[in-house]
Design a protein around this ligand. Structure first.
Ligand SMILES: NC(=O)c1ccc[n+]([C@@H]2O[C@H](COP(=O)([O-])OP(=O)(O)OC[C@H]3O[C@@H](n4cnc5c(N)ncnc54)[C@H](OP(=O)(O)O)[C@@H]3O)[C@@H](O)[C@H]2O)c1
Length: 251
């Protein structure tokens, strides 16, 4: 009987995959037949739990820690994943922070904290992973942007700049790494997790055309689409319930 799983035989590395969106993505890729390296920063127990859940799906998994602001640790992360699985086909640059800083209150430290984790880290993950992804024959990078990177939140100035950088970096990497590796991005709107308080569905979210926040399983579906859409590269998929159609809802 033919194996209908779309990612059978492929190895993925998902950064920030111990919990929340990254965990959903990792489990979705495993459900489609991928073996998965679970990167984590501080959430070791949650990372081990994600590994366990993937093993229950019949796939292999490993948890690897790295501070993504440190390029040497990024190289070590990629090396460990490849040495464990002997290949790397999919890199999902999910890890990020979300730091509030307005024009007047932005410090060198808060600027660097946003840019280092959200933009520098995915770049150096891509650079370290590229030789392995190129050997795959179906190499793919999925970067995580944010609709703040399109609209520009004044309250999250460095964050918005970092995510705008991710969108442009996605286009440049797509040119640089073609045809061996495709590079796409996803720009989510507000995503709420199971169990989040209902009041988090605040006014500006409810006024978005689809009148709700997104779910992490919807992000995982979209990441799987970006991975499997073989004629797609350099693109950013905006998944926000239409919120970016009304940019003045939060300026
Ligand atoms: N949630 C939303 O509504 C939303 C909206 C738009 C875009 N996004 C994007 O979607 C992605 C996932 O969102 P999320 O809310 O699930 O993310 P999150 O919980 O804020 O962060 C994911 C993980 O990133 C890791 N991380 C952060 N800085 C790190 C560092 N310097 N070194 C190593 N690991 C680091 C953390 O791992 P540890 O816990 O192991 O330390 C954290 O658990 C992000 O790129 C985010 O910008 C999310």
């Amino acid at each position: 009987m033919p194996d209908e799983k779309r990612l059978s035989g492929r190895v993925a590395l998902v950064t920030g995959a111990a919990k929340r969106i990254g965990r959903f993505v990792a489990l979705r890729l495993a459900a489609e037949g991928a073996d998965v390296a679970i990167h984590y920063g501080r959430s070791e127990a949650e990372a081990r739990d994600t590994v366990h859940e993937i093993e229950k799906l019949g796939q292999r998994a490993i948890a690897i820690s790295a501070d993504l602001t440190n390029v040497a640790q990024i190289q070590n992360l990629i090396d460990q994943a490849v040495s464990h699985f002997h290949r790397l086909d999919i890199l999902v640059n999910n890890a990020a922070n979300f730091l509030e800083a307005k024009f007047g209150s932005t410090t060198e430290q808060s600027w660097d904290a946003s840019l280092d984790t959200n933009l520098k880290a995915p770049f150096f993950c891509a650079q370290a992973a590229a030789p392995h992804l190129a050997k795959s024959g179906k190499g793919i990078i999925v970067n995580f942007a944010d609709i703040g990177g399109l609209l520009g939140w004044r309250e999250f100035l460095p964050h918005s700049v970092s995510k705008a950088g991710v969108i442009l970096m996605t286009r440049i990497l797509a040119k640089e790494l073609a045809p061996a590796v495709r590079v796409n991005a996803i720009a989510p709107g507000t995503i709420t997790m199971p169990g989040d308080p209902p009041e988090w569905q605040t006014d500006f979210i409810r006024r978005a055309p689809l009148r709700r926040t997104g779910r992490p399983d919807e992000i995982a579906d979209a990441v799987l689409f970006l991975i499997t859409a073989e004629f797609l590269t350099g693109q950013t998929l905006v998944l926000d319930g239409g919120r970016s159609l009304f940019p003045d809802l939060r300026t």
